[in-house]
Design a binder for this molecule. Structure first.
Ligand code: GH3
Ligand code: MG
Ligand code: MG
Ligand code: MG
Length: 323
């Protein structure tokens, strides 16, 4: 357990309302010389929350678990190579993005050069000047928050581009970009691949009788039941308005038939709550099911075959699975 700044008698500053100043950060200070870390922690505590860890092996663990904005690492450790700690922090997924500020005695300045090569972001030479320490810490923390923010934005954009907003399932574009890959993998590995198209029966009359919002409720609840029926490696997407596609790798026609039938029953067997649960309506679906027939078969042909099976399911009376 790292020693907290509170334990060495300092007040943790507020985090709120200081976001763009680079203040209010969470700092892990790795230093095993007490006189040094007490002074540094004291200076930093004016603007940040500081945890001190004298044991570098422990420090790596805390850095990975602790969600820090900045690591300050002394390269003058008595019992460990601070550079090694920096390079380990750089190679771990959980600490890769945490900036490192290195501190060294002037006689250890060659280590600083090595540190910069392995990804240390900035450094300070002892004796440490308070203003400079705080300024450099703020700069790194600001940069860290900004790049985190950018990374989150990129993540969100990717997520939005591949997700259907109403149901949270994948969208058609994502399915189409992955189906070919899944089919190729199945072909080269000699494994089966099943694909089904599901279409809600008389969905238009649900909209007509209960309103468009009720229709949306049904689509959302339908997606929940789909998710419960499939495995993590299966790919479920909203293919069109009330039409869905499920791709099941390593699944033959027999097993896929059982999954489809279970799904059909999970829809027909339990009425759907709409209008905030004030009304419950019966819903059924029809499913067209097929598998990849030969190696290298075009996915368009597989989809077409599933669609033909779906058409027959509709024609034969709906609420059924046809393969
Ligand atoms: P079938 O049994 O032959 O499938 O009949 P159906 O009424 O389900 O089929 P049809 O394709 O005629 O109607 C689909 C309807 O789905 C028409 C469209 O207005 C509605 N729809 C499409 N997207 C949405 C949506 O996001 N929300 C709602 N509420 N309705 C939608
Ligand atoms: Mg239709
Ligand atoms: Mg329909
Ligand atoms: Mg339809």
């Amino acid at each position: 357990r790292a020693i907290t700044s509170l334990e060495i008698g300092m007040q943790a500053p507020e985090r709120s309302a200081v976001a763009d100043t680079g203040k209010g950060g969470r700092i892990l200070l790795v230093d095993d010389r007490q006189s040094s870390y007490e002074r540094l922690a004291g200076l930093l505590a004016a603007e940040h929350t500081v945890d001190v860890e004298p044991n570098p092996t422990e420090a790596l663990f805390h850095a990975a678990e602790g969600n820090y904005d900045l690591l300050i690492v002394s390269l003058d450790l008595n019992n460990f190579d601070g550079l090694r700690l920096c390079s380990q922090a750089r190679s771990l997924e959980r600490t890769r993005h945490v900036p490192i500020l290195a501190i060294a005695d002037p006689e250890n300045s060659t280590r600083l050069l090595r540190g910069l090569e392995i990804g240390v972001n900035d450094y300070l030479l002892r004796p440490i000047d308070k203003t400079e320490l705080l300024a450099r810490a703020r700069t790194q923390i600001r940069r860290r928050r900004y790049t985190d923010h950018l990374r989150d934005n990129v993540q969100n954009s990717i997520e939005m581009a591949i997700t259907d907003a109403l149901t949270g399932l994948h969208n058609r574009r994502y399915m189409e970009s992955h189906l070919a890959t899944l089919a190729e993998q199945a072909s080269t590995r000699g494994k089966p691949l099943a694909l089904m198209i599901l279409d809600i029966d008389y969905f238009k009359s649900i909209n007509d009788n209960y309103g468009h919002d009720a229709g949306d409720d049904v689509l959302r609840e339908f997606a929940v039941r789909v998710r419960k029926s499939i495995r993590g490696i299966d790919l479920a997407c909203r293919y069109g308005g009330e039409e869905f596609v499920i791709v099941m790798p390593e699944t033959d026609l027999h097993v896929a038939g059982m999954v489809a039938e279970r799904l059909r029953r999970s829809i027909a067997g339990e009425p759907f709550a709409v209008h905030k649960g004030t009304k419950r309506i019966e819903v059924t679906i029809s499913i067209g099911l097929t598998t990849l027939e030969q190696k290298g078969e075009a996915v368009a042909d597989v989809l077409k075959r599933a669609d033909t099976a779906l058409y027959r399911a509709k024609h034969d009376g709906r609420n059924r699975v046809v393969s």
